[in-house]
Design a protein around this ligand. Structure first.
Ligand code: SF4
Length: 251
């Protein structure tokens, strides 16, 4: 799954650009999902006092609200990028916002000072209002969010790669970098996507309180070897997909 982010301050043209990129990718035959990161502190799609809200009050868990034309799955919590991506099935995911995630990024801006603040090694193109009167920023190409879309999507197809695991910097580093610096290095052409070591160990998934945790390769190996050795010695149990759930408070 290829994932990119379109980031920048409010009212710089991010949504227009996302919509036009999504349309062009779909025109090229791809399936596209999107994430809109919303910063309004009181944002909620739920209505206090609604029936689905009452379900949540009772269960304190995920609620599915099904209508004739729409089904909404409501988590009353802030999900991580990995948790959201795990629930999506598409060739491409366009994220509006999330300017700190380890993703290849397009910045929308309306001034050079915004670009000076937001552009870093993970940025491969510039757009938004600033693009109306400029063609280049510090060597990065600039694209109009209206007229430049086919050329921009050519660049997106060339530059954007399968999403990295988004490991916490102090949890991995097995490629010699962290995920953010790896994104920058791949875009710069000094590293390649298949140099992400952790990615090759995808046969294990760890969740703690529903939150997905990235496990570094040597820990994956220890857990895998221990579990397989244990199960091999259990009478009448064949190995296959193994699921272990631990409730630490229950003995
Ligand atoms: S090995 Fe992969 S997951 Fe680990 S820091 Fe490098 S890019 Fe990130």
């Amino acid at each position: 799954m290829k994932v990119l982010s379109v980031a920048g301050y409010h009212h710089t043209g991010k949504t227009t650009l996302c919509v036009n990129i999504i349309k062009e990718l779909r025109r090229r035959g791809y399936s596209v999902a999107s994430i809109k990161d919303i910063h309004a502190e009181n944002f909620t799609m739920e209505k206090e006092g609604s029936n689905s809200w009452k379900h949540w009050q009772a269960s304190q868990n995920v609620v599915i609200a099904r209508g004739l034309k729409e089904t909404c799955q409501i988590w009353h919590q802030h999900l991580s990028l990995n948790e959201m991506l795990a629930r999506l099935d598409a060739d491409w995911v366009i994220v509006e916002g999330m300017k700190t995630a380890a993703l290849p990024r397009i910045i929308c801006a309306e001034s050079a000072s915004q670009l000076d603040e937001l552009v870093n090694g993970m940025v491969f193109a510039i757009s938004g209002k600033w693009a109306d009167n400029h063609t280049e920023y510090n060597g990065l190409p600039v694209f109009s969010s209206q007229k430049g879309i086919p050329t921009l999507v050519n660049l997106i197809e060339e530059k954007v790669f399968d999403v990295l695991p988004q490991a916490e910097p102090d949890c991995c580093g097995h490629c010699g970098l962290d995920c953010h610096r790896m994104v920058a290095a791949i875009l710069a052409g000094t590293r390649t996507r298949d140099e992400c070591v952790t990615d090759r160990h995808t046969g294990m998934q760890l969740q703690v309180n529903g939150k997905e945790i990235t496990i570094v390769p040597f820990v994956q190996n220890i857990i895998r070897d221990t579990m397989l050795a244990l199960i091999k010695n259990l009478k009448g149990v064949e190995t296959g997909t193994i699921k272990l759930t631990i409730h630490p408070d229950e003995k």
